[in-house]
Design a binder for this molecule. Sequence first.
Ligand SMILES: *Cc1c(COP(=O)(O)O)cnc(C)c1O
Length: 448
Amino acid sequence: MHLVLDAEEAGALALHHDRESLRRACERVMDEERATLRAGGVFGGLNEGFWARVRAVLEVLPGLKTRRAINATGVVLHTNLGRAPWPAEAAHAVANAAGVSMVEVDRASGKRGRRESAVSDLLVRVTGAEAGIAVNNNAAALLLAVAALARGRKAVVARRELVEIGGSYRMPEVVAAAGAEMVAIGTTNRVHLSDYEQAIADPEVACVLKVHPSNFSIEGFTGEPPLEELSALCRSRGLPLAYDLGSGVLVGAEWPALAGEPTVADALARGCDIVTFSGDKLLGGPQAGLIVGAKPLVERLRRDMLTRCLRLDKAMLAALEAVLSIHALGPDAAVRRIPALARLSLTAEELRPRAEALAAALDGRAFGWSARAVTCESRVGSGASPTAGVPSWGVQLAASDASGEQMAAHLRSLEPPIFARVQDDGLLLDLRTLGEQDLVELQALLLA
Ligand SMILES: *Cc1c(COP(=O)(O)O)cnc(C)c1O
């Protein structure tokens, strides 16, 4: 790769493209060459054909609007920056599945197979549920669950769980879109078991829905029945209980950052029949909606017409399979290899030396801005632990001649763009959300 990047042609391309894009483009073409070699072909060297292919990659990829950025905001699952950064295995799985892939075929018989059987099997393995399926996102998962369980009938939800997630995704509208009638019970702050009992006496009620209040918390005189009691009540009436967990913790329940977050296993153990959660929140993978629970109910969802409308692309199935395979290796592997989990697991003390080193390198040398290491608070983001800050370390940048907003705009104009947090009329770079390569690149970009 050094020889490639030192070549005269690379120097010419470097005049019009940033070094990272150039390196990536060369790497792609080198990968193709290696594949050719492995297949018994020959490497033609750094000839005109080679550089034509590098130029072809550079013609498209670096200009894409949806492209890489550096997240120094301290929000680990930043929705506007694509939520969970994928493990390398997921990115490779996508590249590998992008061409022709065995997405819906049975290899032994050569006949059509079940589309997401690998993901379903892994969901069962990592959550301990009887069955599982995956759809486009958690919004879709909930829509499907309510439609399959209560279409044309009624679904019971507590008023304190009538969440708006953002945009037009509001619980009452989701239930209506699923073709069910919502029965809201209790008050804004409290719901009792007797409220549920009264509501489900109506024979038109077909399911009870619980929703994680992802992006707010109510404090003071609040209350709800324990999940075990609610699930026992539902079971005694033969009614399914579906729980939209939002983030859905699989790993890290013991970390202070995730204190009080419900885990998927716990929701199942306490008697929920259907549990839904996102793929790109605390699972740490691609956008997806995961549904796990009792086998007959999951099968009912699978047979619903909406499942076909909400199905996942082959590339996302491959990425999801890769991420779930890492989870299947156990919690240690998941924390080590899934970036979102690795970043959340870091303690402030682990981040401190990185912040101090970055501040020392930047102070006075990046656009003449001052830089000093400071303590700060990261956020989980995407609706997990909405009110809890995670103690962290960062670098506070200050300029005599620019506001925090102006400094932020300048960092966003770099290539790749850097997103930071405006704070104290300066800029804060939170070290928690920077991967190893991000950190090296950010430092080089700011010093250049
Ligand atoms: C985030 C969230 C959703 C939406 O999930 P997506 O995967 O973004 O569609 C739904 N419900 C809850 C409780 C959430 O936190």
